[in-house]
Design a binder for this molecule. Structure first.
Ligand SMILES: [Mg+2]
Length: 324
């Protein structure tokens, strides 16, 4: 069959390699301390419990620390709804999308403010109202989230087993949340128009692709244990394992997963190196005017900081650590 057969790889010995961040930045982010106040973290946990997504089962830890780490530069008032909406979509994905527990009409209704909502829809629009209260139009956020959920659903029908690196990441970038990040990482600056002209610059585009790939690959490395038994080729470690063994006879040597993971570590680290070089090219590009230059400095700083935050997320996160 065309699906991933984990039993073929159950003899494997491996350890997730330590990925080194190859870009020099000034940052106060560190793995053992969340870059948000205890108050925000506790409020978020309370929100998760009050929302009762898992019925009456108490949630004792926040799901992951992605938002605090990758949006560490945003003022707290933006972090609060961002943290909620990202967890909302994570839970919605786990409980509804992955279980194919929906109809197209149901999805349409979730993203339509005037529809009748179940508790997913109600909690979703409550979060969007919170955005609206801090001058981030709720329909702007709705547009971003709706497109994101649609791309997740579209990816279900694609089998990535035989995909090349570029094919895999073309799909993966759409479903990894990179788009959501790139549409929101300047939320507080109200400079979306300037930003969008800058974002189509080929150098900036290449930088975003490189960093998005790194973020997806980090997720693949650290969620591999959790995803090992699922049949989908939803993880680049699986794709590489398949491609490394398709012409071999079973049983395979015990280093296939490790070889795939090491290859991924190399890709991530060399992508960081290229991203650092591109940052220099962007800064020294002579065509920018003063205003563009100022915003580009911010963009670079934030993209790098969030890339580093991505690594720390997996070193910190209960969700991933608990699955080892
Ligand atoms: Mg994953």
């Amino acid at each position: 069959m065309d699906s991933w057969d984990y039993k073929l790889y159950s003899n494997q010995l491996y350890k997730v390699p330590d990925v080194v961040f190859k870009i020099e930045i000034n940052t106060s982010l560190c793995a053992d301390k969340l870059p948000i106040s205890d108050e925000i973290e506790n409020n978020h946990l309370k929100w998760l419990n009050d929302s009762k997504f898992y019925g009456d089962v108490p949630v004792t830890n926040t799901l992951n620390s992605l938002v605090p780490y990758i949006y560490s530069f945003l003022p707290e008032k933006y972090i609060i709804p961002m943290y909620r909406v990202v967890d909302w979509v994570t839970i919605f994905d786990d409980l509804v999308l992955e279980n194919k527990n929906y109809t197209p009409e149901y999805l349409e209704s979730i993203f339509n403010r005037n529809a009748i909502h179940d508790h997913f829809g109600k909690s979703y629009w409550k979060i969007l109202d919170e955005f609206d209260n801090i001058d981030v139009p709720r329909e702007l956020m709705n547009d971003i989230m709706r497109k994101y959920v649609k791309s997740i659903i579209k990816s279900f029908s694609v089998n990535l087993r035989d995909s090349t690196f570029n094919e895999y990441f073309k799909i993966r970038r759409k479903t990894s949340g990179s788009k959501v990040f790139l549409s929101t990482f300047l939320l507080d600056l109200k400079c979306n128009n300037i930003a969008s002209t800058i974002m189509v610059n080929p150098l900036v585009e290449r930088l975003c692709i490189l960093i998005s790939n790194c973020n997806s690959l980090l997720n693949d490395l650290y969620s591999f244990v959790k995803e090992f038994q699922s049949e989908e080729y939803d993880n680049y470690v699986k794709v590489l394992c398949y491609q490394l063994t398709k012409d071999l006879t079973y049983p395979y040597t015990t280093d296939i997963i490790q070889t795939s993971m090491n290859k991924i570590k190399d890709i991530i680290e060399s992508s960081y190196e290229e991203a650092a070089e591109i940052g220099e090219l962007i800064k020294n590009h002579s065509e920018w005017n003063q205003e563009e230059h100022t915003i580009l400095e911010i963009i670079l700083k934030r993209i790098y900081e969030s890339a580093y935050g991505h690594i720390l997320t997996y070193k910190n996160t209960f969700r991933y650590i608990s699955n080892h």
